[in-house]
Design a protein around this ligand. Sequence first.
Ligand code: NG6
Ligand code: CA
Length: 518
Amino acid sequence: MRNKLGKIAFSTAALLSLGACQTKKESKKEEVKKPNVVVICLDDLGYGDVSAYGGKVLKTPNIDKLANEGALFTDGYATSATCTPSRYGLLTGRYPWRNKDAKILPGTAPLLIKTDQMTMPKMFRKNGYQTALVGKWHLGLGTGIVDWNQRVSPGPNEVGFDYAFYMAATADRVPTVYLKDGKVEGLDPKDPIYVSYDKNYDGEPTGLNNPEMLMMKWHHGHNGTIVNGVPRIGFMKGGKAARWNDETMANVFLAQAEDYIKTHKNKPFFLYYALEQPHVPRVPNPKFVGKSGLGPRGDVVLEADWAIGQLVNTLDKEGILENTIIVVTSDNGPVLNDGYYDDAVEKLGEHKPWGSLRGGKYSLYEAGARVPFITYWKGHIKPVVSDAIVCQVDLMSSFAHMLGSDIIGPDSENILPALLGESKKGRETLITEATSRTLLRQGNWILIPPYQGKAVNEFVDIEVGNDNDYQLFNVKEDIGQQHNLASSNPEKLEEMKKLFIELRGEDYLKNVEKLELK
Ligand code: NG6
Ligand code: CA
């Protein structure tokens, strides 16, 4: 691939000097070598939520089609077991643990990515692409105090997206409005909007004070402003006309993505389509209510799968499917009870959102950051199941390489052949994180340093991976991480520690046992 595309860069230069020698038809051919790239990132979708990954209960036919006709990665990773750090890694090619502020952000947090930092959309733009974000942002906005009644900046537009239609943070956090290129969509200037994470606005109902107004009850957190009967994190006043309808969110984002594709198909584009499902609150469109038999969590997975199918159909109908690389992945692993009573636990039945992995969202164990990871490119990527270690952080350098660009993300490796299913060689080492605690994967091995704190987060009922001792697993032989080999394999333990120190610094490991982490 490199050679093929390397040649293209050369022949573009040659074309200029040779001028008339090149026919029109040939020069047109040059252009189509810049495939569109659509990165579809779901929110909290687990390794076992996609039926192509072996799930038998919940069926995701549209994602499965991409997986079965493209490359399905068994060892694909987000950089983190939570959203903000994960998306930071995806969009900047830099490990989130290098940025101390890369933690789950409130809706009022300042922009986490520096405006002079290289990002994946900027990389694409430098290579002649149009760039768009549609969906969840959750990487902060503005520089401190935000006036939501003015254009909010810096934001996605300032870090590389020509067009951006997004929610500021999460579906369970205020402000519950869409923003388009920094402006709250549908805001009535006569009803200004105010947002705070510190205190409520006088007279505004909250989940804490007005349980009688709730359509969905909160379990932990989530007792602030009530919007559409759902209590959220944080407080908000005004902006009534601009507030989103949770039931139509999938349709609204899909329509935005489809419209973007239709209106931008004549030049290469990079579209980051960040679906909200199956993050809380799980409010499916009435069309999907009851469809999974697993309650709202299952229903919204079906809804997201449907939306992905629609998007692929649109690419096909517009005649650009063969010229579009699609990546499907998730920002972090699954969680059942993430703060609302929504039957996710009660109606789970035999479904295993984490598949055969241990842990879940927030966890150092595999279900935290090992996620569905699929690449599809009709006519180019052959059907393959690959166990190459691939990570979202690598997309930036890999796509840059594909375009003949020498831009690299600081922690982003060029693993293009693996991503295109041509090679089973991915990364050799990977450092992921879960709520600011890091761990190392090298080859088939995983090292989790000792971390203080509870072994299980009892609110979400997930093993988060804290332990007084080192944990060492061979995840090829023991994917469910049931056998800690730290004491039976001291040589490997030492080797992994040494490597961890090389990558993470000696101080980190020295201090790790003293770290007090939530
Ligand atoms: C947590 C929320 C959780 C979810 C998460 C972010 C509480 C108690 N829990 O703080 O519900 O919003 O943040 O999820 O408030 S993420 O996928 O965006 O990382
Ligand atoms: Ca998430």
